[in-house]
Design a protein. Sequence first.
Length: 522
Amino acid sequence: MAKNVKTIPATLNRFTSVPKTAVTKRKVCAYARVSTDHEEQLTSYAAQVDYYTNYIKNHSEWEFVKVYSDEGVTGCNTKHRIGFAQMVADALDGKINLIITKSVSRFARNTVDSLTTIRTLKEHGVEVYFEKENIWTFDSKGELLLSIMSSISQEESRSISENVTWGQRKRFADGKVSVPFGRFLGYDKGKNGELVVNPEQAVIVRRIYAEFLKGKSPYQIAKELTADGIPTPGGKTKWCGSVVRSILTNEKYKGDALLQKVYTPDFLTKKKVKNSGQVPQYYVQDDHEAIIEPEIFDLVQQKIQKRQKREGRVSIFSGKIRCGCCDGFYGSKVWHSNDKYRKVVWQCNHKFEGQKCTTPHFSEDEIRKLFVKAVSQLVDCKKEILSLYSEIADAKFSTEEQEKTLTVLSLEIQSAEQQIQDCIEENAAAALNQSEYTARYDELTDRYDSLKTKYEKLAVKVHENQCRKEQLLSFLRWLERTSLITEFDENIWNLMLDDVIVHSKSDVVFIFNNGSEISVSL
């Protein structure tokens, strides 16, 4: 027997819970976005705003709310889209019933962001209409179509990102150097995009390097620059130590350029991370005019590394004076700190530990006097020193044979890389004995790691030799133009002196960059 079923029609809208017979206007807004600040894009943006304002107002059943917008931002995520975030917040507060936008790609190029936002809005009775694709999110087919279109948009973003990345890496491989000129101290952009020295800013860069070599820390230098009213590279009034440090460690100031220091692993987040070997880097030598001489730059890098091992020491004497008994460093001590006899002395840091060191202490004035004596003796012998070291400089620090070995190792590393790749491809193409494959693969990777370790160690030695040679040549140039020394010079102390070894008051040995050892007494 057939059942008598009577249909009771719905009286409420299942999304908005508003009676279907109610005569209410839908509160409608539009969302417009352009992803760049280019003039033609901004024209497109203005056109979108004007179009949707008129489009909504021309529908009598709609109540115009506003046009929310974002200029010059990406659609890959919603994190930095202020207009978008405000629109969603207003919709969730009940101020909006319908959102109209040009296309799925204008709304978001990230599938997860897009669907999550749509579902959240849907739960609160807010519909979205994508005009280009003719998708209404309350429609039964809307979410399926939206998922497909969002995925296509996301892949489009991936493709664009990969193309941009490829273009950047191609420019890097071609040695094309570019910097953010608006916040890069010392250089302006030339006619062809090259780096051109800004004379006024170059003075500041040279001052930073000179002050650091005098023993000042990046923090102290930053404090002085701020006090002198010198603007930062970004145009701010207050310097910080990290900005000074970045200037001290940037190879562009010596005329070279290391390209691809950072990279973007995820095109959605666009977060940059430090390149620690994940992607290739490119080093361009003599790319542009240097502000800092290469030997001075390399010396600064060495001093930065030394300072990292002894953080907190800022005096010019720190890390220079060593004890002849225990080989430990001398440190400063304050005597009579609270009375009129206050005095700063330098003595071995381990003087009273275990077996007590017998080396004496010195005041800073005494150290300066000893140094002037040592330099004077060095200048007196300059003819012999110049004659000796000018002849042996090239031979003493020659890297020719080491560079040949590096070339051979580089070729062997490339060969090892290819063998590993061939091994992997062979295993993928045919069914091999996996135990034998693993053993062969491990053997090849061990060889590759061994070659790479040898290469890196030798490369460090080559660099050290080249730096020492530059230091020696710089020392010889200084010695050649120096005559009489009558007072202490911080620049000579920092640039020309390696170590001071204290044995006694009558035997203090000063070791200079050229290897010369001068013993003086107080």
